[in-house]
Design a protein around this ligand. Structure first.
Ligand SMILES: [Zn+2]
Length: 219
């Protein structure tokens, strides 16, 4: 400690440290990483080098009312770098367009195992910032016009996400819920609406914790 805390009123010192720690943990005040509006850092399609959509996309003029959590069902890489996160996004987009025949990346957003947050489908970030629009997606039949789809890099049937990914997801889901006014009870798993293992048994089991963590961030 570079100063004598005896010089400071203890209560205000503690309050200051607690406030700072909470803000840093929420990913809201890291230098160079947050906008003036307190948005957590989200890498846009342009930043990770997305291809243009294969077909025109549709933006709907109403807010999202749910968040659906997914896992990509890809290897649990130990490369936690930003460049790897960008590559995951590019691979996912190519898979969805070239193999699934979709217009673009299916989900609205992706969180890498290193904790980087990336836009998925083009336009999702602008829509999120507006809080009043949602891009029609392709992440869960019946939910694509109303639920924000967040894919987590990895496979979470047997293991839980790494801490960096989990903490990033908490911050990100809190931001999504705040922007759209989504109640934490509407943070759901893909399997709640479709016959699938997604987002994996281990990540699915953590959704109650995710709801309570998000509720704490939202205050
Ligand atoms: Zn899924």
């Amino acid at each position: 400690m570079a100063f004598d805390i005896g010089q400071l009123p203890r209560r205000s010192f503690l309050r200051g440290v607690t406030g700072m720690s909470a803000a840093v943990a929420a990913g809201l005040v890291l230098p160079g990483q947050a906008s003036a509006a307190g948005e957590p850092r989200i890498y846009s399609c342009a930043e990770w080098g997305a291809r243009p959509p294969a077909d025109p996309l549709t933006t709907l003029g109403h807010p999202a009312d749910r968040v659906l959590i997914h896992h990509i069902d890809c290897p649990n890489s130990t490369d936690y770098s930003l460049e790897h996160a960008f590559q995951v996004a590019r691979n996912d987009q190519a898979d969805h367009i070239d193999n699934n025949g979709w217009s673009d990346t299916g989900q609205h957003f992706t969180v890498s195992r290193g904790g980087y947050r990336l836009e998925g489908r083009h336009g999702s970030l602008d829509a999120l910032r507006s809080g009043r629009k949602i891009v029609r997606a392709a992440h869960c039949p019946g939910q694509n016009d109303n639920a924000i789809g967040i894919e987590n890099e990895g496979t979470y049937m047997q293991v839980v996400p790494p801490k960096a990914q989990w903490e990033s997801l908490v911050v990100f889901v809190a931001y999504v819920c705040r922007q759209y006014g989504i109640p934490v009870a509407e943070i759901k798993g893909h399997r709640d609406f479709y016959n699938t293992d997604c987002p994996g048994d281990q990540l699915y089991a953590k959704l109650p914790e995710l709801r309570s963590r998000v509720a704490a961030v939202l205050g």
